[in-house]
Structure formats: C-alpha cells, structure tokens
Design a protein around this ligand. Structure first.
Ligand SMILES: N[C@@H](CCC(=O)N[C@@H](CS)C(=O)NCC(=O)O)C(=O)O
Length: 205
C-alpha cells in the first residue's frame, strides 16, 4: 500500500495527480503545513527536509518498505511502478521525459514559487523582486509556449513531464497572470485539466 503525505500546494498536487493517474491504490495522509505538521518527528523520518510531498510504499522493490520525498522522484517511482507508460521504458523517450521532468521540478516550480512569494503572497512591497519574478515567470511560460507550438505534450505523449509542470501553470499561469499570451500552453493546460484523474487529484480535502 502507498501512503501519500501531502498538502494542497503545487508540489503536493503534483504527487496526488500522479497517484491518481497511476491507478495504484493509495491512502492520502494530509500534512497540514499551516499547523507545522511537517516538523513532526515521525514525518521527518520520511522527509528529512520537512517538505511534502512524500510517500511510504509498504511493498516497494523486492517487497521492501521504502520512503521517498521530492516530487520529481515520486512521479518517476509511481510511473515505473504502475507501468502506465507515464514514465516510458524506451530509453530515447526517457531522455526527453527526464529533461522536462527535471525542468518542471528544478526550474519551473522552484522559480514559480518565488513568483508566488514575492508577487502574490508577501505583505512587503519589494518592487525589484516583483519585477524580476514576473519577468522570470513570463519567460518560462514563453519557453513552454514555444515548445508546445509544435508538440502536443512536453515529451512525446502525455507523461510525468507534463505532470511536473502542470501544477504551477494551473496555479500561477491560469489564475495569477492569465494565459492569453500563451495559447499553446492554454491548449495543453485545458487538455490536462479535463482528465478525470486531474479533477479527482485537485479536489480539496
Ligand atoms: N523540491 C521539492 C520541494 C517541495 C516543497 O517545496 N514543499 C513545500 C510545499 S510546496 C513544503 O513542504 N514546505 C514546507 C516547509 O518547507 O517547511 C519537491 O519537488 O518535492
């Protein structure tokens, strides 16, 4: 059984999105960040950096119990375990999926979170930070839009690469700055948003 430790944030939704797409049975274990539950000693054994999402798989490789944090690693793990093709076995396709999976986890979300902090959430007005992260988010959406102009999905067919990028496009692209300037991202976003697994994954709890 897979236990999914998560909360209603971009990275948290990525893992739940993947859990729903994988078709694997899982149990949702909310970690309320507002109540600082990520610092509970039991959770730190699963995610030493006090971050959601994280999983415990009581039937991991070789029947061993495993713990895993980092959304990108979780997407890859559940993709491999479910054999859904969302993390493809073909080595050539994997190169492209890995590139955009890492772009989503390491670049896009990390910088989008800074946009969220400096432009949307902070009560302090810091104009250079605001200007910088607005430009960064526009630049990243333009990068995605250029790629999606000639590709239906980020790396061949729908994959973990799309799942790694979708959450912050949904949160910041559609809600905070709009996708009018990025029609290819909008088409891609709306196709993913309509998937039953995504509707289930983004249901608040
Ligand atoms: N690189 C990590 C980032 C995870 C992350 O930033 N988690 C945030 C919520 S989106 C969190 O748990 N913050 C609580 C904390 O840092 O105490 C991943 O992709 O999973």
């Amino acid at each position: 059984m897979i236990e999914l430790y998560t909360w209603m944030t971009d990275n948290g939704y990525k893992a739940r999105h993947m859990a729903e797409e994988s078709g694997l049975p899982y149990v949702l274990k909310p970690v309320n960040l507002r109540n600082k539950e990520q610092f509970a000693p039991a959770f730190l054994k699963i995610s030493p950096g006090h971050k959601i999402p994280a999983i415990v798989d009581t039937e991991g490789p070789g029947g061993q119990r495993i713990t895993l944090c980092e959304s990108g690693a979780i997407l890859k793990y559940l993709g491999e375990k479910s054999a859904t093709g969302l993390y493809p076995s073909d080595p050539v396709r994997r190169v492209a999926v890995d590139q955009w999976l890492f772009y989503g986890s390491a670049t896009f979300t990390t910088l989008a979170q800074q946009f969220g902090h400096w432009v949307i959430r902070t009560t302090e007005d810091v104009p250079p930070a605001k200007k910088h992260y607005e430009a960064v988010l526009h630049d990243m959406l333009a990068t995605l839009d250029g790629h999606l102009a000639t590709n239906d999905y980020m790396a061949g067919g729908y994959s973990v690469a799309d799942i790694a990028i979708y959450a912050d496009v949904h949160v910041h692209g559609t809600k905070d700055i709009g996708l009018a300037l990025f029609p290819n991202v909008k088409r891609w976003h709306d196709a993913i948003a309509a998937r039953p697994a995504v509707v289930r994954a983004w249901t608040p709890y």
